[in-house]
Design a protein around this ligand. Sequence first.
Ligand code: NAP
Length: 239
Amino acid sequence: MSRIALVTGANRGLGLALVRQLLARGDRVIAACRQPGRASALNALAGEYPGRLHVLPLDVAEPRSRAELVRELPLVLGEGGDEAAPRIDLLVNNAGVLHSGERFGHLEQGQLEDSLRVNALGPFLLVQALAPWLADGARIANLSSVMGSIGSRGEFRSPGYCVGKAAQNMFTVQLAHALAPRGIVVLALHPGWVRTDMGGASAEVAPDDAAAGVLAVVDAASVAQSGQFLDWRGQPLPW
Ligand code: NAP
């Protein structure tokens, strides 16, 4: 039976590359994004893979939007969402935001809060809301960043993003503990410096290579590795 994956921020960048690869390997994919009506690449893929790609609206930072996604899941998972219905085997918390141009002396509370909501609070609360829909033994990939590594920061740069990812790393560890009784593996994953809107044109890694690396690391991870902070090649990173 095909596996079921849910990817957030699936309309562009790394999220879209992940959706493409999950579909190509035979998974059923729930692709969540803020504006499905404008997600032309996803809507084209839905035509290529009939019945295997479901595009649902989700703003990870909004409590109502997260609740609405959870309400819609039974329709997508089928069989009325009863106990025998399939569950999600892989959740990729990919949606993230980096507000560029943060300068010391000019930081504002609203933008810092947005970084925390999108990069840390939203993904954590989404996992909590989706927990009943996760299969025992499922995998959760929290897309983190070396910029969230407190031990390796050597400059003042993008503090909102760095703090958001550092907080998300702690949520990864917390979730690993909370979900361990169900054999669910939770990882914080740095995808490399990737050529997307966020990473920019001179970034080192192609989105397809980063997506393939992330999926390989998630697939290979053991239960004992749950709660670790790894890069897209499976190398441990300092917290
Ligand atoms: P990207 O090109 O900027 O794409 C970001 C994605 O997140 C978009 O789909 C965006 O949707 C979505 N998003 C932003 N805010 C959202 C919200 N409130 N609710 C739902 N979706 C939201 O970024 P990327 O490079 O693909 O990055 C993917 C992940 O990898 C992020 O978590 C990022 O922090 C992490 N990462 C990237 C790099 C890199 O070099 N690129 C390095 C380390 C980590 P809209 O189109 O609606 O804005």
